[in-house]
Design a protein around this ligand. Structure first.
Ligand code: PLP
Length: 341
């Protein structure tokens, strides 16, 4: 876990350089985007609004766990990033503060009805991600295995101990993977698949480690959001992304204010800012990080997948976003896959 405390020196400097300061005080952000993006977004918000902000990084499942554990004494004000279903589950559990940002009006048209639905009272959409496979081309060549093109190809016995996927207890990615396959195939076939896939998995770790392990050639194939592989490739890793045949899985990045936030006004200000065109362009313009912006006015990176170019699976958000369903699916994965050796 990384924690950035904006230094008092920086804070003092921002007092002199900020001309449009609208708020003062503090803000603590639970952050589930890439660590360097969390760091910069926190810093830029701090400087722009004259707020002493800090962030704590964690996977979607990890942060949902924190929200549950801290419900009587919240340790953060806002949760930025992470797949949206666990945000909806937090809302379902009464762990979020209602806030409809005026910036919800700038959402891409295909997500408008979701934003306008009940969970949109608590959670807004800050970006979109596309689910796929990451491959290490050098490792696959060494193994003499052709690149997988469909989900079933991951069951190839030659990939034994060569596949890694994130642990769904800490990661929203694998929850998206499970709900995507369940939507495509039904739950029984999905768990049968996950059981067979387990034979080829070397380890279940957090999503950031899954990606870096792929780049280092510790695994040959991973499941993840494809923008991450584009960044690794630009950094020089022998990594490619593959979007499996058929309807495509995806996730929306959520942003929600935490119930009983101590710094509610600053949390609202941060929410408005991360939904803005300006903030949504920061990850790709400054950091080579290519999640797709969901503000209709934001410029999309040439490397990003445009939200209207693929045929996506239709996720039942009511079901996948209910806390009961989230718990049931992860408990089932734990009992039937992880612990059932
Ligand atoms: N948000 C962004 C921008 C990501 O890149 C990822 C993972 O790649 C996630 C959310 C989901 O992270 P996790 O699976 O660790 O919850």
């Amino acid at each position: 876990m990384t924690k950035l405390l904006i230094s008092s020196l920086l804070f003092a400097t921002s007092l002199f350089t900020t001309t449009d300061a609208k708020a003062e005080g503090r803000l603590t952000i639970y952050c589930t985007v890439q660590n360097n993006v969390c760091e910069d977004m926190t810093k830029q918000f701090s400087q722009k609004y004259n707020v002493d902000a800090q962030f704590i990084h964690g996977g979607t499942g990890t942060i949902l766990g924190k929200l549950k554990a801290e419900s009587s004494n919240p340790q953060a004000d806002i949760w930025y990033g992470g797949t949206i279903e666990p945000h909806f589950q937090a809302g379902d559990l009464g762990l979020l503060e209602a806030y409809r940002s005026p910036l919800q009006a700038e959402i891409l048209p295909q997500f408008k009805s979701l934003v306008e639905s009940e969970p949109g009272k608590f959670t807004s959409i800050a970006y979109m991600l596309v689910l796929g496979l990451g491959i290490n081309t050098e490792k696959l060549a060494k193994l003499g295995i052709e690149a997988p093109q469909k989900w079933e190809d991951l069951l190839d016995p030659r990939l034994k101990s060569e596949v890694q996927i994130p642990d769904p207890r800490s990661s929203g990615t694998t929850y998206t993977f499970i709900t995507t396959l369940s939507t495509l195939w039904g739950e029984d076939k999905t768990f049968d698949y996950l059981k067979k896939l387990d034979n080829n998995i070397s380890q279940y770790v957090k999503s950031t480690l899954v990606t870096s392990n792929l780049s280092r050639g510790e695994s040959a194939v991973t499941v993840g959001f494809v923008h991450g592989y584009a960044t690794e490739k630009e950094k020089g890793a022998p990594v490619e992304a593959i979007i499996p045949e058929g309807k495509v899985g995806y996730a929306l990045g959520g942003v929600s204010i935490i119930k009983n936030a101590r710094n509610l006004d600053n949390a609202k200000l941060f929410m408005d800012w991360v939904l803005s065109k300006e903030a949504q362009e920061i990850p790709w313009k400054k950091h080579g990080v290519y999640q797709t912006p969901t503000n209709v006015n934001a410029e999309v990176a040439p490397q990003s997948i445009k939200a209207d170019t693929l045929e996506f699976v239709e996720i039942d958000y009511k079901k996948a976003g209910s806390s009961e369903e989230g718990k049931r699916l992860i408990d089932k994965w734990l009992a039937e896959i992880k612990l059932a050796k």
